[in-house]
Design a protein around this ligand. Structure first.
Ligand code: NAD
Ligand code: MG
Length: 387
């Protein structure tokens, strides 16, 4: 391993993004090293990652599982940490160069913030963090000198297309969306959608929460809010277009009318590698476009009746304040209820809208207020379901 290896803290190493990141790291010829790895469940997989990568720190965030687990075969001298505090200690380690934030949901907020407080480079997959606390993250970035590199494929595309551009040259960004598995289903049948149907995505292999979010398009709503804070755009500057092939990952339109796109097959290894290696482009394991095959790329505007989540995303991007945290928590609770069989697929978005409308909006909430509202919105979702 070259002395110059970048030490990466892979948070959420047992998940879909985490496992793809470990593949990218393994293929980096020693340029990247999985210095720390974290996982909440599947601790065998976590141990294996630590062994395979010779990690120096392993963090099991679920304490009960960590205590019950028979840890064996870990690299000698490895630091074993538990709980959310373990994550915060691991990201602040001076030896860590880049933190890959790939924990799912609001559970990823504190460790992402802790990494930015420590002035680290954060490769951000956990969009929920920006949705909940965009302005707070912007402040910490400014005060502590850290940086945020997007991993979400659309935002990576925008970030790549904006390299070298001045902010005033950007007219708008157009986020692409596959449309998910139900893009062509009759709207009247959407209420019958089962959990197993919603967990099959036509172009991407992902964890269960984001797969359901892609089917409802709440994922695109969260991504509108993510783009608003990441690139400091107004809600009006962020548009969505349906692109079923998932080859163009987004567009940036400049003031002169020129549009730049970023294209590659749907494979998260590319945006992960770009974020970890930034600003360098290097050979890597991501799939490539096969130009010898005939290819058709389609684009169509999203139907607001089929995908009401998009309007909700624009609304929260416009209002800011507490709305992102409430929408995010309501959605996490609704997705869990759908997966548990307690909520119909078509109830997810209306339930989120109802929770959002019943909250007391505040324009400049503190972090502790956002965390309180996160808990409130989950409770409010339960009340909505009982009503
Ligand atoms: P996943 O469910 O496959 O993995 C989630 C990871 O988070 C696992 O390692 C799990 O152990 C850990 N985790 C779960 N609950 C936790 C908790 N309470 N505390 C600490 N760790 C916990 O999810 P994923 O699909 O890899 O998505 C991860 C993040 O990346 C999400 O925010 C998602 O929106 C974003 N993202 C994913 C993709 C994708 O292709 N999978 C694409 C873009 C963005
Ligand atoms: Mg995305």
């Amino acid at each position: 391993m070259p002395a110059t290896a970048k030490n990466v803290a892979v948070l959420g190493a047992t998940g879909s993004i985490g496992q793809s990141a470990l593949e990218v790291i393994a293929a980096s010829s020693g340029r990247l090293r999985a210095f720390s790895v974290s996982g909440h469940t599947r601790l065998d997989l976590l141990s294996q990652a630590a062994r395979d990568h010779g990690s120096r720190t392993v963090i099991a965030t679920n304490r009960e599982l960590a205590d019950a687990h028979r840890w064996s075969g870990l690299p000698g001298g490895i630091r074993r940490l538990t709980g959310p505090e373990g994550l915060e200690a691991a990201v602040a380690d001076p030896a860590v160069d880049v933190v890959l934030a790939a924990i799912v949901g609001a559970a990823g907020l504190q460790s992402t913030l802790a990494a930015l407080e420590a002035g680290k480079v954060v490769a951000l997959a956990n969009k929920e963090t920006l949705v909940m606390a965009g302005p707070i993250i912007q402040d910490v970035l400014q005060q502590k000198g850290g940086s945020l590199i997007p991993v979400d494929s659309e935002h990576s595309a925008v970030f790549q297309a904006m390299q070298g551009a001045k902010a005033k040259e950007v007219r708008r960004v157009v986020l692409t969306a596959s449309g998910g598995p139900f893009r062509t289903w009759p709207v009247s049948q959407l209420s019958q959608i089962t959990v197993s149907e919603a967990l099959i995505h036509p172009t991407w292999q992902m964890g269960p929460k984001i797969t359901v979010d892609s089917a409802t398009m709440m994922n695109k709503a969260l991504e509108i809010i993510e783009a608003r804070w990441l690139f400091n755009l107004s809600a009006e500057q962020i548009e969505v277009v349906i692109h079923p092939q998932s080859i163009v990952h987004s567009f940036v339109e400049f003031v002169d009318g020129s549009v730049l796109a970023q294209m590659s097959p749907p494979d998260m290894k590319l945006p992960i590698q770009y974020a970890l290696e930034y600003p360098d482009r290097l050979p890597g394991p991501a799939e490539r476009i096969d130009w010898s095959e005939r290819m058709t790329l389609e684009f169509e505007p999203p139907d607001p009746e089929r995908f009401p989540a998009i309007a909700l995303g624009h609304q929260c991007a416009r209002t800011g304040g507490t709305s992102g945290a409430v929408l995010n928590a309501a959605n996490e609770a609704a997705v869990q209820a759908f997966l548990d069989g307690d909520l119909h697929f078509t109830e997810i978005v209306p339930a989120c809208r109802s929770v959002l409308e019943s909250h007391n909006f505040e324009p400049r909430p503190s972090l502790s207020r956002l965390i309180e509202l996160d808990a409130w919105a989950r409770q409010e979702m339960n009340t909505w379901m009982l009503a």
